[in-house]
Design a protein around this ligand. Structure first.
Ligand SMILES: NC(=O)c1ccc[n+]([C@@H]2O[C@H](COP(=O)([O-])OP(=O)(O)OC[C@H]3O[C@@H](n4cnc5c(N)ncnc54)[C@H](OP(=O)(O)O)[C@@H]3O)[C@@H](O)[C@H]2O)c1
Length: 327
């Protein structure tokens, strides 16, 4: 089968298309023919071994992915495709069914076929969704769901989402709206209409306005893109307000510190825990018309290097999809 592989950490050019052996499902696995996948920030961070985040993070990243070279040669964590074989113990899925899922750090989706345990984060595709629409459902949404749950987001709260146009941000706006919060979204001019259409009651263009200076305060500030800080946000939080982080070791330390001191808290828990039932929840939201994965660009698998370069610009809006095979 065709797969995009890499054998050393580095820039997008380390990726190359190669003919590799097609995997065979174990008793508790299904073999999925992957029709669509994504390039997301997890792929980028893992491929470059988090080089841009400093030596300590790079070392930790390599501890997980392989010290000298990547243990898993095929990246890609999100996928949508068709079940083409099942192990003898599989009961939830049958050949021919359309599924989507998120393999997390096991990766393997930048390939024509992948094996997935039936108990893993895999479920049936939303009714009416195409493979291209289903593949990008989970990355930003699982992350946003995790952060919002860590923050205990609930009806009636006011939340400001900074970086509302990224994979996590576009999901965060929709999920916070679904949970009944009053959402203010912050993004650049070109994405204002999009985030408004996702449910934000108010939008702020950060190229023209600084939300920290307009006197408004919020119960929750969610930094969905890792570009703001607790320090700069603190005065915009209500008493007992929370700053939800997606990134940065300093936020781990701040989470510990503010859990004991002060009336405003940083909430950041690692590693995030994503469950199969969360995928089912997202599918149900999509089928109810309350969620959609925002797609920026779509590339064929053969152009994965260009796709990775684009994701590295940190300027994608929502998600970047990769299609596999002729459809
Ligand atoms: N997705 C993952 O798998 C993953 C995994 C681990 C960690 N993370 C972390 O989670 C954070 C968000 O990831 P993501 O995948 O959602 O990001 P993303 O999709 O790459 O975010 C891109 C968006 O961020 C906005 N942006 C860029 N620079 C900005 C700035 N200086 N201020 C405000 N907005 C800015 C841009 O929109 P505008 O033009 O509208 O500003 C762009 O649309 C990152 O810190 C990432 O490292 C993500």
């Amino acid at each position: 089968m065709k797969a995009v592989v890499y054998d050393r950490y580095g820039p997008p050019d380390v990726l190359r298309l190669e003919e590799v052996e097609r995997p065979a499902p174990k008793d508790d696995e299904v073999l999925v023919e992957v029709h669509a996948t994504t390039v997301n920030r997890l792929d980028v961070h893992t491929r470059e071994a988090n080089r841009s985040s400093g030596l300590a993070v790079m070392f930790l990243s390599r501890l997980v992915s392989g010290l000298r070279k990547p243990r898993q040669r095929i990246l890609g964590s999100e996928y949508a495709g068709e079940v083409v074989a099942t192990g003898s113990a599989v009961s939830e899925f049958a050949v021919g069914e359309h599924v989507f899922g998120n393999s997390g750090l096991r990766f393997g989706a930048h390939a024509e076929f992948m094996c997935v345990r039936e108990s893993a984060r895999i479920t049936h595709m939303p009714a009416g969704a195409s493979f291209e629409e289903a593949a990008p459902i989970s990355d930003g949404a699982l992350n946003a769901l995790w952060c919002l749950r860590v923050g205990g987001i609930h009806r009636g709260q006011t939340i400001l989402i900074y970086g509302a146009s990224g994979a996590i941000g576009t999901a965060g706006v929709q999920l916070a709206t679904y949970f009944g919060a009053d959402v203010t979204a912050v993004c650049s001019t070109k994405n204002l209409e999009l985030v408004r259409s996702l449910g934000a009651g108010r939008v702020i263009d950060y190229t023209r306005e600084d939300f920290t200076k307009d006197g408004q305060t919020y119960d929750v500030i969610f930094d969905a893109v890792g570009k703001h800080s607790f320090k700069r946000s603190r005065d915009s939080l209500n008493k007992d307000g929370q700053y939800l982080a997606t990134d940065g070791f300093r936020n781990l330390a701040l989470a510990l510190w503010t859990s004991r001191f002060g009336d405003k808290k940083v909430k950041f828990q690692l590693p995030p825990r994503y469950a199969k039932k969360d995928l089912v929840f997202l599918r149900e939201l999509i089928e109810a018309g309350k969620f959609r994965a925002v797609i920026d660009r779509t590339y064929p698998l053969e152009e994965v290097v260009e796709a990775a370069r684009y994701v590295e610009t940190e300027q994608k809006t929502g998600n970047v999809v990769i299609t596999i095979g002729e459809r």
